[in-house]
Ligand binder design. Sequence first.
Ligand code: C5P
Length: 234
Amino acid sequence: FSCGVVIVAAGRGERAGQSAEGPKQYRIIGDRPVITHTLDIFATWRGVGPIVVVIHRDDEALFAAARVRLSSQADLLVVHGGASRQLSVLAGLEALSGAGPRHVMIHDAVRPFIDHALLDRCRAALESGAGAVLPAIAVADTLKRATDGRLVEETVPRAGLYAAQTPQCFRLEEILAAHRRACASGRSDFTDDASIAEWAGLPVILVEGAVDNVKLTLKRDISMADERLTRDAV
Ligand code: C5P
């Protein structure tokens, strides 16, 4: 099993508001930057290949400060991202392709509560032959469509609906080819990599996600994550 990792961390995190600590992947939770927690989980997982971290060119100093807080030695390759998540992933995949692992896991830096059991489920799916693996959680809430943000137009049946998480896992050469084609065709708005695989006609297989594997998006997500880690440390 050979599996590289691309961690995307080049976003500006505008929905979490401005902060002296910089974008949300560098905010401190439980005493260390968000991205440090995320990287440590991958760096301590058995069998992981090179880890490519995609950062914004303005964040070199923030990343250097986060890197020294890692508790494990990691084989990290750092590259600069693009104007959208999709383009940042493509930059990471291009960098990884030189190193040549067979599979890749693509993960958002802002999901620091990823755990080894979820990585093991992803690995098992890849080893059983799946070419594209998506961790996801069945939607629990009743869903409404309100295009103008106020008037409810309809209730969307939630049966068969899943919320997508990361890491999304692929055969490296297949997802890289799909990403290159998406970019060449002028698309830069895919919000996850499974949707690029779907667009390219690759079958995507679900595995059970983890309820804790939330994406830190808003300011209150960061404070809740900090409270949680501080509480767990007591
Ligand atoms: O903005 P969003 O919540 O979708 O970001 C998900 C992940 O993608 C974050 O870790 C963010 O840093 C990353 N990202 C990126 N390059 C961008 C935009 C987002 O690496 N241009």
